[in-house]
Design a binder for this molecule. Structure first.
Ligand SMILES: [Zn+2]
Length: 287
């Protein structure tokens, strides 16, 4: 196994000034490293491998869900909007929302269908143009380059973005700047302190660059809290859910059924104990 010496990430993305030490989570580009201060996990992939794996996001079709995935997106969006209405003590028609890293705008579109004034920002030109063609208000570029006005949004969403960033702090600070005081940011990423990672280690596909392009920085609830507070947010809630072991077709059918039932019995305790592999975070900008 060849370990590149020019790793894309050379310091803890959370901002600790501490050593990155190898772990027993083995990947093709070398074992994941862990920040000795906070426990954040990072990939050892090279910058070239990172950039090449990010190219999949230039696909104009992006991540537009179809069929059951589309119904799931609609339900998830409905739940998030309901919660934002409660937290912001207002109705959905009064919520001005920005989806950061919106790809082709599938979430923006779903949020608009609920009556939210939603827009998006997306660096990849193909998906951003696809969103604009679909009639959505989507800005092409990095959020820092768009120059949104200070305190202009009631809510921001940042779904499956932060695990791609070696310096998430500058993005988080920009998000804080453009959010109104008392506004909320909703963030979703993976959780390394989960039953899935304990059991699967390097077999968890979420860690794999060639499958999940650009995944290089992996959080657990404590490192997420640390990052949010460094950026100036208050943590409202961090919850986790889901246990996923083998996928259908990875292993023979009978063991697959066994592990599927096993992982389903772990779903409820994983939620309760914060050991699910999906993390959903609500952060608030202080008044
Ligand atoms: Zn750290």
């Amino acid at each position: 196994m060849q370990v590149p010496h020019n790793s894309y990430i050379t310091s803890c993305p959370v901002g600790c000034d501490s050593d990155l030490l190898p772990t027993d989570i083995f990947l093709p580009e070398g074992p994941l490293k862990m920040c000795s201060a906070c426990g954040q996990l990072v990939s050892q992939c090279s910058e070239a491998a990172y950039l090449s794996s990010m190219r999949e996001f230039d696909d104009p079709e992006g991540t537009w869900p179809i069929g059951s995935a589309s119904r799931r997106l609609k339900q998830q969006t409905g739940r998030i909007i309901k919660k934002l209405e409660m937290l912001l003590s207002t109705s959905r028609n009064n919520i001005h929302l920005l989806d950061v890293g919106c790809s082709n705008g599938s979430f923006v579109s779903a949020a608009c269908s609920y009556g939210v004034e939603a827009e998006g920002v997306e660096p990849s030109p193909g998906p951003a143009q696809h969103a604009v063609n679909a009639g959505l208000k989507v800005h092409q570029g990095f959020i820092e380059d768009v120059n949104f006005e200070k305190s202009s949004f009631d809510a921001l969403t940042l779904f499956e973005v932060i695990e791609h960033l070696k310096d998430p702090l500058s993005l988080m600070k920009e998000c804080l700047r453009i959010l109104k005081p008392g506004g909320y940011m909703v963030l979703r990423t993976g959780n390394t302190d989960s039953f899935t990672v304990r059991f699967m280690k390097g077999r968890w596909l979420y860690f794999h660059l060639e499958i999940h392009g650009g995944h290089v920085s992996f959080y657990k609830t404590s490192t997420m809290k640390l990052l949010a507070e460094k950026a100036g947010f208050e943590v409202h809630s961090i919850r986790t859910h889901s246990v996923g072991l083998y996928e259908k077709g990875d292993i023979p059918y009978l063991p697959y059924r066994f592990f599927k039932i096993f992982s389903e019995t772990l779903n409820a305790p994983s939620k309760l104990l914060g050991k699910g592999h999906e993390m959903i975070v609500f952060l608030r900008k202080p008044l």
